[in-house]
Design a protein around this ligand. Sequence first.
Ligand code: HEC
Length: 216
Amino acid sequence: MMFMKTKYQNILAKLTLAVVILSVFSCKEKDGLAPEYMPDMYRSPSIEPYVDYGDLKDRTNVELTNKMSARTPVEGTIPRGFSPYEYKNDAEGYELAGANLKNPIQYDDNIGKEGKELYGMFCVHCHGKTGQGDGTIVEREKFPPLPVKFKEGLAISEGKMFHTITYGKGLMGSHASQLNKEERWKLVHYIRTEFMKENPNKVIEEVVASDETIQE
Ligand code: HEC
């Protein structure tokens, strides 16, 4: 009996070895890829953003490998509803924007309200409820005192303000990703009417005047 057992064990060991060797060497796929058990689990038939795993199996077929589900947009492509801002983020761009840009939005009470709401969401923690730089993070000394106070006669043109909200300035960051152009202009209106006590109708006159100059 002893003899029989070892004999069987011997055969079993040899068989196992053969199976192992077979499985290691037999099923190599093209391109040296390892064999895939249930390929659907690796190569999902669903469309993946930026890469189609399913098609990459045949790497030599350009038609397949070039089939990304989301491609890099053509140069110059802009998102829907976005309009480019032509002034550069440098000192010259700041001066040019200051000289040329006028608020394209007509002021009315609703614009004022919307501006106030936006200010409360994006600006008040630094610039403060009164616009004097008395925001909570400044008062709690988490942010250095602001070098700018919004008050009557402040000599910063609306174009410069828009430029600053767009790109940021000094320690203030850019708000272009959070606020679209219209919202940024509403904020300019709000700051100028609420804190700088400017007559919003004067702003409208300026816009009309600048439109006329463009048409001439
Ligand atoms: C993290 C704090 C912080 C937040 C938030 C912030 N600002 Fe400022 N802001 C500053 C600082 C600091 C300056 C001064 C920049 C400088 O001149 O160095 C400044 C300057 C300005 C100026 C003067 C621009 C100029 O050309 O000199 C305007 C206008 C302004 N901010 C508007 C806004 C508006 C509108 C928001 C909200 C969308 C906002 N800020 C949010 C910190 C902030």
